[in-house]
Design a binder for this molecule. Structure first.
Ligand SMILES: [Zn+2]
Length: 335
């Protein structure tokens, strides 16, 4: 069997009425292919690249149960089915020991995750899509937003189907959206999986993406955010989240640090506590040429503060995700 299982035109009766049952019935990374009214065009929705991000799968599940026919051919690519279905359900971003699937979309395609990434890439390209959406949840609580590697009218229109903010990033991490599909591609972060709004954001966006005759007519206004950076943990440094400094950690971030997502963090707002090595356990990622942590943050009384007003987003409160990905992204208010 190929890496991706193909499930063509399931009827509502073929679909388990509960999303957990729907997930467990998949058993493998899966493509659900739906025949549209116009079969000359194709749109691709990729979701569940991270197993702990269920809103995209839930939106697809709802759409399948509705029995509605999409406007054009649609393929739904469900990536980390194994990680999502491992107990506890929807907890594992990837299975223990595996690499992050959304960092594997670049050669060499050597391990199992990379082989899956390559199969997804090949499949999406074979569709010759007119548009590609990669639908995620954020790791912490957050308003919804889109991420793209460039901005043009098509990218803005796709983003506007789901959200009203677009982060244009120069970061290259080996993610799906960085790849060339001959079509616009946008990553949508529907908000945290525990946020009430995330499921409805995903559901409404997916419904529009599947059923609108054209994607390129007038779209809702979208605010563009540029020049984002990442605050990353140094390899082997130890991080955790609490309401007080933890003495066996190199850095303790506030347990509610995700409450900063998409609001401005001021220089007098502490983000967490630093151990005796200060912020040497942190580094800045996300731009050509290295910046120092001290360009953007400072230590005062053992605490970590923004040096100037900054907008924070994608802050997680999971130590494992902070260590394997990043603590958060940020843009300085004054560039
Ligand atoms: Zn994700």
């Amino acid at each position: 069997m190929s890496v991706l299982k193909l499930w063509r035109d399931p009827s509502p009766e073929d679909v388990d009425p509960h999303v957990n049952g729907f997930l467990q019935a998949l058993q493998h990374p899966t493509v659900i292919a739906l025949t549209g009214r116009d079969t000359s065009r194709h749109r691709v929705l990729v979701t569940l690249l991270h197993g702990n991000e269920p809103s995209g799968l839930e939106a697809v599940h709802q759409f399948l149960l509705s029995g509605e026919q999409p406007a054009v051919n649609v393929s739904v690519v469900l990536g980390s089915v194994h990680a999502a279905a491992a107990e506890p359900l929807f907890y594992h971003r990837m299975l223990p020991g595996d690499r992050d699937l959304n960092r594997c979309f670049e050669a060499p395609y050597s391990d199992g995750q990379a082989v899956l990434a390559k199969a997804i890439l090949d499949y999406v390209r074979s569709c010759e899509p007119e548009a590609v959406i990669d639908l995620h949840n954020t790791s912490g609580s957050s308003p919804a937003f889109g991420v793209g590697i460039y901005e043009n009218e098509e990218v803005m229109a796709l983003t506007g189907l789901f959200v009203d903010k677009l982060i244009v990033t120069e970061l290259r991490l080996g993610s799906l959206m960085e790849q060339e599909f001959g079509a616009p591609v946008v990553t949508v972060e529907a908000g945290g999986s525990a946020d009430d709004a995330a499921d409805s954001t995903a559901r409404e966006g997916v419904r529009q993406f599947f059923t609108l005759k054209t994607l390129w007519s007038e779209h809702a206004p979208v605010t563009v955010i540029r020049k984002s950076r990442r605050l990353e943990l140094q390899p082997h440094s130890r991080i955790d989240y609490a309401d007080r400094p933890l003495h066996d950690r190199d850095i303790t971030l506030r347990a509610d640090v995700d409450s900063f997502n998409f609001r401005l963090a001021q220089p007098d707002e502490a983000l967490g506590w630093l151990g005796e090595d200060g912020y040497s356990h942190l580094r800045i990622g996300g731009e050509p040429g290295r910046s120092d942590v001290g360009d953007f943050f400072e230590e005062r009384d053992g605490c970590l503060f923004p040096r100037d007003t900054m907008q924070i987003f994608m802050a997680t409160t999971r130590p494992d995700i902070a260590a394997s990905d990043c603590l958060f992204y940020f843009v300085m208010s004054k560039q």
